[in-house]
Structure formats: structure tokens, C-alpha cells
Design a protein. Sequence first.
Length: 115
Amino acid sequence: MKNYKRASIDEVNGTSLRTHIEATFQELVTLLGEPEQGDDYKVSGEWLVKDKDGNVCTVYDWKSTNLYDPDYPTVAQFRAGKYPTTFNIGGHSGYAAENFRHELELQLLELRTDK
């Protein structure tokens, strides 16, 4: 996404859940690149981003795979899913997270329209 770039793990330290977005894993990869490794328990992968002003956000799958619950899809199955699912968006501020979510929704709409 043109208005955001990768953030470091140190920059996103202390972020917390602010909002959600519906997307497939592959849509997020198309827009944000490959995710960083998650904690291999509640999160299988996460994207760390920041805007030009240094506001950081994270996008992550929360308790969505068999890493958390053996009855859930494997990480590979989750990532291959064709239907949008809920991803969490975290940040230091709700305002920055909502701005990011809005921008991401616009990019998702454009991506889906181009198919």
C-alpha cells in the first residue's frame, strides 16, 4: 500500500486491538506482502506497518488456526481460504488504526473489482 511501509517489531511494541477487517489471507499478501512470523500459538502471522507520520498498525489472525485449537483449520488451510475472514487490526491509537482500516478497505475493494 502506497501510504504505508513496513514497521519493525520494536515500533509496534505495546499495540493492542483497535478494529477488525474482513479479507482473505491472499488478499492481504497481495496488498501488504508476506507476513512476519506470529507467536505460533494465537497468531500464525502478522503484518507490521506504519504511515508517513510514524503511526503503526498490526494486522493479524487471532486464534484462527490449529495452532490455537486442534479443531480449527491448519495454517496452510487457513491461508488457502477463498472466503474473507476476520483479521484483527492493532495499534497505539484507535484513530490511526481506523485510518489504516479505511485505506485497506479501499484497496481491497479495488482489488476485488479488478478480478
